[in-house]
Design a protein around this ligand. Structure first.
Ligand SMILES: CC(C)(COP(=O)(O)OP(=O)(O)OC[C@H]1O[C@@H](n2cnc3c(N)ncnc32)[C@H](O)[C@@H]1OP(=O)(O)O)[C@@H](O)C(=O)NCCC(=O)NCCS
Length: 173
């Protein structure tokens, strides 16, 4: 397992509140499920490209059992009245030898405060360290916030095109 499994940095929301960006731990199941419970159906739909009533044990295990080599996941954690709460997450998964697919979700109440951008920045740092050559992402065309974040990092439309989904790619090397 790489050093990414111990990743932890302090960041700040636009309003100055501190957040920790850290590696997702196997013990984060309750925190992750609590975050999903606070996320609107529209946001879930934008993340998973369809309505989701819940997650199977198999899906939850997939999301939590990260090897930090082929699958790297970070969360954004904030202090809410003395309790640590996960309010966003991002991950990349290797889909080809040098290519990883990246995706995010931020709890609605914390969207548009910079968390998506911060997670993107740190996942890019980890991907570069791991010598990933290309990041790719699929985004729904109406997902202005996600398109904006990817645009800031230089993602460009990829040649592959399918109806109703925007395919983006960023060359890292
Ligand atoms: C997409 C998502 C991850 C972005 O996270 P975030 O924490 O809101 O992102 P940030 O705050 O860093 O940046 C969002 C940007 O979009 C802008 N934005 C948000 N909603 C917008 C809208 N409807 N129209 C135009 N711009 C919008 C914000 O102002 C911000 O831009 P700025 O940095 O120039 O101010 C988050 O909105 C989310 O979880 N959405 C639902 C899940 C999802 O879509 N996942 C993507 C799957 S690949």
């Amino acid at each position: 397992m790489s050093g990414a499994a111990k990743y932890s940095v302090l960041e700040h929301l636009r309003d100055g509140r501190p957040i920790e960006v850290r590696a997702l731990h196997p013990s984060d199941k309750d925190g992750m499920l609590a975050a999903i419970g606070r996320t609107s159906s529209q946001s879930i739909q934008r993340r998973f490209f369809g309505p989701k009533k819940g997650f199977s044990d198999q899906e939850i295990a997939f999301f939590l059992n990260i090897d930090f080599e082929r699958h790297v996941a970070l969360v954004a954690q904030i202090d809410e009245d003395g309790r640590a709460a996960i309010v966003g997450g991002g991950r990349y998964i290797m889909v080809a030898p040098d290519q990883a697919e990246i995706a995010f979700v931020v709890v609605d109440a914390y969207q548009s405060q910079g968390i998506g951008t911060i997670l993107m920045r740190h996942l890019t740092i980890l991907a570069r360290k791991a010598a990933v050559k290309e990041l790719v992402a699929d985004v729904l065309p109406e997902n202005t916030a996600m398109l904006k974040v990817f645009g800031k990092f230089g993602f460009r439309p990829a040649s592959k095109r399918t109806f109703q989904v925007v395919h983006l790619a960023l060359q890292l090397a």
